[in-house]
Write a protein that binds this ligand. Structure first.
Ligand SMILES: [Zn+2]
Length: 173
């Protein structure tokens, strides 16, 4: 068995077995915050109730992770400043609050124009607005804004949610 150790990476112990099984032990910190937004959506082409326009009180839950805390300065002992993280997640939720979420091209141009004429706010997305796709979308946007996002969870009801994350923590070949 080959044994590897890392320093300054949070990796405490990593080993590769004879069969190629890979085990990685590391210490991680996680922070979690959430925000809610109310919006309508519909799933074009879906065979069921969700094909019709309906609303949800969506809940966006974001987890950031990292293995090192700030060593000095005003953020000493912190992974990410909770204040900054909350602000970013809340502002993301606000962009999707009290709007109609729809997949681009899933409504007749005439209908869309009529809704716009009535001053309804419509957010056109390049994907079907399912909880799964929204979770990935928020993950990507928050990462682009520099937040070290680990997991995004989107609840469309209190009981049902979709979870999106990237990366692998253990593998075998
Ligand atoms: Zn729905």
């Amino acid at each position: 068995m080959n044994r590897l150790t890392g320093s300054g990476t949070g990796i405490q112990d990593a080993s590769v077995g004879a069969a190629g099984a890979f085990l990685l032990r590391c210490s991680m910190y996680y922070l979690k915050t959430s925000a809610t937004f109310d919006s309508a959506h519909f799933l074009a082409g879906y065979d069921g109730k969700c094909a019709n326009i309906h609303g949800h009180c969506w809940r966006l839950e974001v987890v950031v992770s990292g293995n090192e805390l700030a060593a000095e300065g005003t953020k000493r002992g912190m992974l990410v400043d909770f204040g900054d993280m909350k602000k970013m997640v809340r502002s993301m939720a606000e962009r999707f609050d009290h709007v109609l979420l729809m997949e681009r091209g899933s409504m007749k141009e005439k209908t869309l124009a009529a809704l716009r004429e009535e001053s309804f706010t419509i957010v056109e997305l390049p994907f079907r607005p399912t909880a799964e796709n929204l979770a990935k979308h928020f993950y990507t946007l928050l990462r682009e804004e520099g937040l070290p996002v680990d997991t995004v969870t989107v609840y469309e009801t209190a009981d049902n949610c979709a979870v999106y994350r990237e990366g692998a923590y253990a593998c075998s070949n």
